[in-house]
Design a protein around this ligand. Structure first.
Ligand SMILES: N[C@@H](CCC(=O)N[C@@H](CS)C(=O)NCC(=O)O)C(=O)O
Length: 215
């Protein structure tokens, strides 16, 4: 790893938000892509939840949980301005919404991606999926109403929260439906999508293919 970071991730997952933060921080990292549910591929040793992302830091510590990883990167690279400082007026809201995206929204995908984990009857799986998507849209609606973005969610500087929302809002029910319930946050994530510093990352790890925002 040569003193850099080692990211266990996969394209089109929350790991892409972590990659975005590392790139904006100017931090060198290596990728070890893995299928999230595949212990043989090496996910389980880093994350017993068999999920990505996990990030091994230059000091050898490995963290799981995307929100914690993003916040830790932000605090280790203060010059990148990815998070408000401890005494900044927006610090509380930063902590609040990072936790919210993780716990109220991202956590749903454990069931959304495989409803049989909690619901045995396969005839109910479509309904479960639709109800989860409705709940996710309710959560984005709440975040939209309780935030007042400038160029970015907490003000004029692109930070970890913007990266997190830009990536997680691409998961189902996809961006078109996100834009419909969260137009203000929608403007922010479009700005993040268009940031030239991230163009290569999106192209390589989460491309904007035809219909990406609804399929
Ligand atoms: N709480 C975790 C959730 C991570 C997560 O759900 N990752 C997905 C990929 S986007 C995954 O690995 N899913 C496989 C699974 O849950 O079995 C985090 O925030 O890092």
């Amino acid at each position: 790893m040569d003193g850099g970071y080692l990211l266990q991730g996969a394209p089109g997952t929350g790991a892409v938000a972590v990659e975005a933060a590392l790139r904006l921080a100017g931090a060198a990292y290596e990728l070890a892509d893995a299928r999230p549910d595949d212990s043989a591929a090496g996910v389980a040793p880093n994350n017993p939840m068999r999920q990505v992302p996990s990030l091994t830091f230059p000091d050898g510590e490995t963290l799981t949980e995307s929100a914690a990883i993003l916040m830790r990167i932000a605090e280790l690279h203060p010059a990148a301005g990815l998070a408000p400082g401890v005494h900044d007026a927006t610090r509380g809201q930063y902590l609040r919404w990072m936790s919210f995206v993780s716990s109220a929204i991202y956590a749903h995908f454990w069931l959304k991606d495989d409803p049989s984990r909690l619901v045995a009857d396969p005839t109910l799986h479509v309904d479960v999926g639709e109800r989860i998507e409705a709940r996710i849209l309710d959560c984005w609606t709440i975040m939209e109403r309780q935030t007042d973005p400038g160029r970015y969610i907490l003000g004029d500087r692109l930070g970890a929260l913007d990266l997190y929302v830009a990536v997680v809002s691409r998961f189902r029910p996809r961006r078109q439906r996100f834009y419909a319930v969260a137009p203000g946050l929608g403007e922010v994530v479009r700005r993040v999508d268009a940031d030239p510093r991230l163009a290569t990352l999106w192209a390589e790890r989460y491309p904007f293919f035809e219909g990406w925002d609804r399929l």
